[in-house]
Design a protein around this ligand. Structure first.
Ligand SMILES: C[S@@+](CC[C@H](N)C(=O)[O-])C[C@H]1O[C@@H](n2cnc3c(N)ncnc32)[C@H](O)[C@@H]1O
Length: 345
């Protein structure tokens, strides 16, 4: 059987989660290189069979690109070199088969260059048209060619995902919503031996974490609460009967959920400048960790994204009821946040 190669993107810090997920879907023999050429948020995978079909079902990634070719970009007349290299490569791209196929070129660039990404897109697009009579269409095109330039190398591929796979349909999506692929990764990183029974997100927002949990564990009981009445209503809209949503403060979980205990809690307290700017996150973390421990069952896990890692670690030491099992840094839209996996002592 023929080996297939794909390039996948996710959020920096979650590359291994993506590879594990693909192996669950496509089999353990899938090989992968995390962060090829030091590119955070990327992984290159290869495997036999319907690797693409499996990749399209992934929940931890954004995009899938099929690599086509790589070439060196010279210092002298780099844009002209890109144009002629693409003109040579384009006829070998099978998606360009039908004459009516429309396309666009997208470029991501890293390093210092005497040209912009837009110039690369324009020249590479001209290169395609030098070789093939195909029309450019910026939206709704049939073929999205990537020509990414890193340092003095250009990588050409076909992006096989139009919309990011991490965009799931949802009725209500406030700007504070967590990316769905990150929510999925948080559930994966709980590393449970068996599906949980009752899962709580006490900063539920739009309910992204609960929606991902519903997809991952069809039988799990889902519970969420939020201090904002409007947000709680939005989460109810998104989750329907699948979850029980209450209005309540995560610093007083005993009052919000006096009638329930949980074997898994997964959440992201507010972070980012708008939400966390002046707030005393340290005391929020402490009150939340204390209340969560009171509502947690023996052996329960708690997975949290915390922007202020110092504050969060101090809160963990002060409360002293959670043992840290795993910590990693992930980058979300330019912010570095800590992902903590904790177990009840
Ligand atoms: C970053 S968002 C959470 C996103 C959410 N976990 C998701 O899956 O999309 C933070 C949420 O916490 C809520 N919030 C802020 N302070 C809170 C508190 N003390 N108790 C409960 N909810 C709070 C905000 O209203 C906001 O909806």
């Amino acid at each position: 059987m023929r080996l297939q190669h794909l390039s996948l993107t996710t959020d920096p810090g979650l590359e291994d989660v993506a590879l594990d997920e693909l192996r669950e879907l496509a089999g353990p023999t899938v090989a992968g290189v995390l962060r090829p050429d030091g590119r955070a948020g990327h992984l290159r995978v290869e495997g036999e069979g319907d690797l693409l079909g499996s990749a399209l079902r992934m929940r931890s990634i954004h995009h899938i690109v099929r690599p086509i070719a790589e070439f060196a970009v010279p210092d002298a007349e780099p844009l002209r070199a890109i144009r002629s290299a693409i003109a040579e490569i384009a006829p070998a791209i099978p998606e360009f088969g039908p004459v009516e196929a429309t396309f666009r070129v997208t470029c991501a660039r890293s390093g210092d260059h005497p040209f912009t990404s837009e110039q690369v897109e324009r020249e590479a697009g001209a290169g395609v048209r030098d070789a093939l009579p195909r029309a450019v269409r910026l939206k709704g095109m049939d073929v999205e060619v990537r020509c990414d330039v890193r340092g003095d190398r250009a990588q050409v591929g076909v992006q096989l995902t139009g919309r990011s796979l991490s965009r799931r349909p949802g009725v209500y999506r406030p700007h504070t919503s967590l990316r769905a692929n990150v929510a999925w990764a948080m559930l994966a990183l709980a590393h449970l031996d068996a599906p949980p029974t009752r899962l709580l997100d006490p900063f539920v927002g739009a309910g992204t974490i609960l929606s991902e949990a519903a997809a991952r564990w069809p039988q799990v009981g889902l519970f969420g609460s939020d201090r904002e009445a409007r947000t709680a209503t939005g989460a109810r809209q998104n989750l329907g009967d699948r979850a029980e949503i209450r209005e309540g403060d995560a610093r007083r979980l005993g009052q919000v959920w006096p009638d329930h205990t949980f074997d898994l809690l997964v959440t992201n307290p507010p972070f980012g400048h708008r939400l966390a700017g002046d707030a005393d996150l340290g005391s929020l973390y402490r009150a939340f960790l204390e209340g969560a421990a009171d509502r947690a069952e023996p052996g329960a896990r708690l997975v949290v994204l915390a922007q202020r890692r110092g504050d969060f670690n101090r809160a963990l030491r002060a409360v002293d009821r959670w043992e840290t099992r795993h910590v990693r840094m992930i980058e979300l839209g330019g912010l570095y946040v800590g992902l903590f996996v904790l177990a009840l002592r």
